[in-house]
Design a protein around this ligand. Sequence first.
Ligand SMILES: [Zn+2]
Ligand SMILES: [Zn+2]
Length: 241
Amino acid sequence: MNLQALKNELLSEYPYRIELHAHTSPASSCSEITPQELVATYKGLVYDAVVITNHFLYQSDGRDKEDYINEFLKDFEEAQAIGEEQGVTIYLGAEIRFTENNNDYLIFGVNKELLWEIYDLLPNGIENFRKRYAMPESVFVQAHPKRNGMQPVDPALLDGIEVFNMHPNHNSRVGIAAMYAKEHHISIVTAGSDFHHRNQNHEGVSSLRSAVLPKDSFELAKLLKSGDYLLEIGRNNIIIP
Ligand SMILES: [Zn+2]
Ligand SMILES: [Zn+2]
């Protein structure tokens, strides 16, 4: 077997590069990247698509739900419009947090209607959410489960785990996360740059590589469920999950 030839074949069979974890400002207050800058950055890195996974949090200060959700969606809509002009597909995702602790969960396959319903369930905790609320067309992934401050959850409540979270300012203990996914037979494993900041060189440090480019967030969820994808760390370091 010629390993280099096999690798080149894989890369050419799975040509599309998708960022699965990126934040924009102002929807994520921790990010300083505007929707426009996000699209320009990933276009420059020759990505085909980016999932915008802004933080989606319960507003305990009494802020109006509709205002909050519209504001949340505004960054995505802006990025999507610019992406259409520039040839970068932008998918809606969300990184949600229940009020019970600081665990983060990525949702792939989401739209305004789902967000509207999910919002009211955030104070009820993950167990209630996953047992009572079916999202058959979405994928529910625990983000960086082995970072400091994360609480253990019942793996049966998860569709997947973001094993390879590449945020440079956190230790996501990716090896331990990979073992955790394996031990609990979690079939969907993802990678994400968790892009927030300029000048930290963490834009596009990982991607999902696919054979076809999904049309929308729900098709992306389907692709994740199919398992027919590669992960790429840095450039040209291929992981078959
Ligand atoms: Zn953040
Ligand atoms: Zn994030």
